[in-house]
Design a binder for this molecule. Structure first.
Ligand SMILES: [Zn+2]
Length: 175
């Protein structure tokens, strides 16, 4: 960081050369953290590097096409056994950056000669993160040995009858 300045983002790249040379392709690799990225079910650790291997190509009309792959590590909780799960998501991207995206356009804004990859990378990772993670395809659910409290409660003589308001939960399927 420069004294008194703002640290330049690793995700902002200059496209000056591209704009002068339409059709030129350039490969680019960025690896930097993107704090605060995640869903309630799976989050990317704040300090962990998100990686992008991209190719930038300028079109003759000033737009830039970005294609490539984005990778991010994540942690979450298995939806069946509630044990921690750690994995990596990979997302393919193919997006267009343009100076003045029209309303409702599915393109990203190109600010002068600065192309900020961060919104695209965040969107791609969010779409790829699992909404209901599993530790393994065949996860059988909670390990009874790891949850002795629930078993003991079933054996207790003076346990109150189950609340009917909760019985609907027994019918829920998480597949
Ligand atoms: Zn599991």
């Amino acid at each position: 960081m420069r004294p008194g300045g703002v640290a330049p983002s690793a995700w902002v790249v200059s496209v000056t050369e591209h704009k002068r040379n339409p059709g030129m392709q350039r490969e680019l690799r960025v690896a930097a953290p993107l704090p605060g990225l995640g869903l309630s079910s799976a989050t990317v650790p704040d300090g962990a590097d998100v990686e992008a291997e991209l190719e930038l190509e300028a079109l003759t009309d000033g737009r830039i096409v970005v294609t490539g792959v984005v990778r991010a590590p994540w942690t979450g909780e298995c939806r069946r056994c509630l044990e921690p799960v750690t994995d990596v998501v990979t997302a393919e991207v193919r997006e267009v950056f343009e100076p003045h995206p029209p309303d409702g356009a599915e393109t990203y804004r190109l600010d002068g000669e600065q192309l900020d990859l961060e919104p695209m990378v965040r969107d791609a990772v969010l779409l790829a993160l699992p909404i209901a993670p599993l530790c393994a395809t065949g996860c059988a659910g909670p390990d009874p040995d790891a949850h002795p409290v629930a078993v003991a409660a079933e054996d207790a003589d003076d346990a109150p009858p189950p609340d009917p308001r909760w019985s609907a939960l027994g019918d829920l399927k998480f597949d």
